[in-house]
Structure formats: C-alpha cells, structure tokens
Design a protein around this ligand. Structure first.
Ligand SMILES: [Fe+2]
Ligand SMILES: [Fe+2]
Length: 184
C-alpha cells in the first residue's frame, strides 16, 4: 500500500495504510491521489516546498536541542536549506530547466516522500530519523533532476544540491549513532 493523497487547499498529505471504498475529503473537497509529476513547474514547486519544510524543521529543532554545538549546526542547516530554496526559485523564474516532457512524467512523487512525518510529540531520535530519510529523499530527487537537465550549468546546480543533502544526511547519521550508543 503506497497511495498518498494530497489536499489541494491546505496541502495536507495522507497515506493510505488499508484500502476501503470511501472517498477521502479534506477542506470540503475530494483529495487527489499523488501519482506522477505533470510539469516542470510542479517538480520545482515540490522541491521548493520540501526545502521550506526542511528549513523549518531544523530551525524548530535547533531551539529544542540542549547540545549547543549541534543546535548551531542545525541553524546552519536551516540557512543552507533556505539557500537551496532560493536557488530553486531562481531556476523556476528563469525557466532554464527544460527536460523532455516524458522525463518529467516518469518521476513518481511518492519516490521522494518520506512515509513518516514529524509529529509535535516526537523525541529527538525520531526527529533524527525523519530528517535522515528526508535528506536521503532529497539527495535522490536532485540526482534524478540532474540526470534530466539538458543544460550543463543546471545539471551542476542539481548535482551540487544533491551533494549538500548527502552531507546533511551524513552529519545526521553520525549524530544518530552517538545518540544510540550513549543510551547503552
Ligand atoms: Fe535542501
Ligand atoms: Fe538538507
């Protein structure tokens, strides 16, 4: 079961864990199933939205962390995610990203979504897991976009973004291991 539905109004995403006959409704209208991206704009909007989510995530957790060095690291991550967002916004307004239409529609939205989402009551370990999965999904996403980019400069931009997300993931993994070992 890997169906996700998204509300076009509030943006809420719902994962189906058991199928049924009913219709999913949010904000007073039926929710649309997330399948494939339909346009370059949709791809870029998705990426921009994910970067904004990541920025907020790191900022929020930077305030909760007791470890000062790590808290500063998270603030730095938030700044980097913000730069990613701005970079993508520039790509979007410049419309320099022109992959073949077929390539875009081959991208499945679910491949880049993490199936656990942050909850307000999440502990630090759970938060790290959500973040690591998200960084991994971002890495894959930018790598796939790089493969579709026909313009050399743009391809390099996406590859650079992929590398930065990989670094974030590695940093989180190191922290996660420390957490686990300090418990035993
Ligand atoms: Fe990012
Ligand atoms: Fe990141």
């Amino acid at each position: 079961m890997n169906d996700f539905y998204k509300c076009a109004i509030c943006g809420k995403i719902v994962k189906v864990i058991a199928a049924g006959k009913g219709e999913l409704v949010c904000c007073g209208q039926p929710m649309a199933m997330l399948t494939n991206f339909k346009s370059v704009n949709e791809v870029l909007d998705f990426a921009i939205e994910k970067e904004e989510e990541a920025r907020q995530f790191y900022l929020e957790w930077s305030k909760k962390l007791e470890n000062k060095a790590l808290s500063e690291q998270f603030v730095q991550f938030a700044g980097e995610e913000n730069k990613h967002k701005e970079k993508l916004q520039r790509v979007k307004t410049g419309s320099t990203f022109k992959p073949a239409a077929k390539q875009v529609t081959d991208l499945k939205i679910v491949d880049y979504l993490v199936d656990i989402v942050p909850t307000p009551g999440m502990d630090y370990q759970e938060a790290l897991i959500v973040a690591m999965r998200r960084e991994k999904a971002s890495f894959k996403f930018y790598n796939d976009l790089a493969a579709m980019a026909q313009d050399e400069g743009l391809r390099e931009t996406f590859l650079a973004l992929a590398q930065e997300e990989a670094k974030h993931k590695l940093r989180l993994e190191t922290e996660y291991e420390k957490e686990i070992y300090s418990e035993n």
